[in-house]
Design a protein around this ligand. Structure first.
Ligand SMILES: Cc1ncc(COP(=O)(O)O)c(C=O)c1O
Length: 418
């Protein structure tokens, strides 16, 4: 007898959907394809020599600790280093009790779902928003409510209207999920005004703000805007997710959450049943790297590298995309991505297959919209491809868009009979 596995799955598991992106990314694995699809840091940013030296030191001096199980809260020494790191970033009230080391931010997002979401709970996200967060919250059967993003962040007027409606239905969200700096996928940064308004709404309605900040350190232009954590001044309305993935090494799977100690205690309990602890070995290496004072140099070098790539991609888009045809893109001041909008009549989902034929790949924007919209959008990553790949890939993409535009014009005139 073969088992009917489907019948055994929990309601949460039945709700799990295959990631559209993962399926499409399988098509982008061929070596001849220039991929702007992933969100990978450039491998040349990995500090291999420093790591070799630190690994030797850690194994020589503290292998019994580094290779053993560790505390769920995280390595005490690493937390102390992170307190210094955050104090340098205008969070003076931070103490080790405000921190929990996580197996990178993706685990933190899952924990947010585990700790806060009951089936059917309203959760506010941006339109568009990071697909990994949408997936994590969906797994706990959240009712995702999308708020459009404007160029200076969340559309606050729309958000206020939504909150009023939800309040009438007694469905106020327990948290709002935002990526205020160089958002994934749109590359947008929230203005100070938007951040302050968001905080004041959090106080008015009693919800928490989950500030996901993987790209915050990677600013290439303009002036830094205070983080929501900084603006919160320790009042406990904001829980911020940090990660080493984009500023150090994604393969370490290392991040940290900062927030009110009571919340942190709850997250510690949630984490215990997930993985007992974040690997002590990588925590020890990260701690030593921070102690050496290398992280700020690493961030500075990453900024120098990615700024040039971002500017090059913008320059190529200007050159290769059709003019006056309703094709626009965001001009991020940092991060790893920019977002492209085609005229409504063109589906970037369909064009993806044309792009693959031209040996160039992007991520379809619709995957980031919890409301099923965004079919005319796509995300481009500029941190991983080489300069030559950016030049050639954007040229190929420009050709795809031009062909699609000519195609839609032809079919429109055929409908009109001329
Ligand atoms: C907005 C955002 N949050 C979280 C993550 C997860 O990052 P990690 O688990 O590597 O820390 C990513 C990864 O790209 C991201 O873009």
């Amino acid at each position: 007898m073969s088992l009917d596995f489907e019948a055994l799955y929990s309601k949460n598991a039945q709700n799990l959907k295959k990631s559209v992106i993962r399926e499409l990314l399988k098509l982008t694995n061929k070596p001849e394809i220039i991929s702007f699809a992933g969100g990978l840091p450039a491998p040349c940013t990995f500090p291999v020599e420093d790591i070799k030296e630190i690994v030797g030191k850690v194994l020589d001096q503290e292998y019994m600790k580094a290779l053993q199980y560790g505390a769920t809260e995280g390595d005490v020494g690493l937390k102390e280093e992170l307190v210094k790191f955050l104090k340098e970033r205008n969070i003076p009230w931070i103490t080790p009790d405000h921190l929990l080391i996580t197996t990178a931010s993706q685990q933190a997002l899952d924990m947010v779902g585990k700790v806060f979401i009951d089936p059917g709970d309203s959760v506010i996200v941006g339109l568009p928003s990071y697909i990994g967060a949408l997936g994590a919250f969906n797994a706990y059967r959240a009712n995702l409510i999308g708020i459009p993003l404007l160029l200076d962040g969340m559309d606050v007027a729309y958000f206020k209207k939504t909150l009023k409606e939800l309040n009438l239905k007694k469905k106020i969200p327990k948290f709002v999920y935002v990526i205020p700096d160089f958002q994934n996928p749109a590359g947008i940064t929230f203005s100070l005004k938007t951040r302050k308004e968001l905080l004041s709404l959090a106080h008015e309605y009693g919800f928490i703000i989950i500030e996901d900040a993987p790209y915050r350190e990677l600013r290439y232009n303009g002036k830094a805007v205070p983080s929501l954590l900084e603006l919160d001044k320790g009042e406990g309305m904001v829980l911020t997710l940090f990660t080493f993935s984009k500023i150090f090494i994604p393969g370490f799977r290392l991040g940290w959450i900062a927030g009110h100690p009571d919340l942190i205690s709850k997250f510690v309990i949630a984490k215990q049943s997930m993985d007992l602890c974040t690997p002590p070995f990588t925590q020890c290496i990260a701690r030593e790297y921070l102690k050496k004072g290398e992280i700020n140099n690493r961030i500075r070098d990453n900024i120098a590298l990615y700024k040039v790539k971002k500017d090059l991609m913008l320059e190529c888009l200007d050159k290769e995309m059709p003019k006056n045809a309703g094709v626009t893109w965001t001009k991020p001041e940092g991060g790893l991505f920019l977002f492209t909008y085609l005229p409504e009549s063109i589906s970037a989902d369909e064009m993806f297959h044309d792009a693959i034929k031209e040996n160039v790949a992007y991520v379809i924007g619709s995957a980031f919209y919890c409301n099923g919209k965004g079919h005319n959008t796509f995300r481009l990553n500029f941190s991983y491809p080489s300069h030559q790949e950016i030049r050639e890939g954007i040229k190929r993409l420009g050709n795809c868009v031009k062909k699609k535009l000519t195609g839609t014009k032809r079919s429109a005139s055929a409908c009109q009979g001329d």
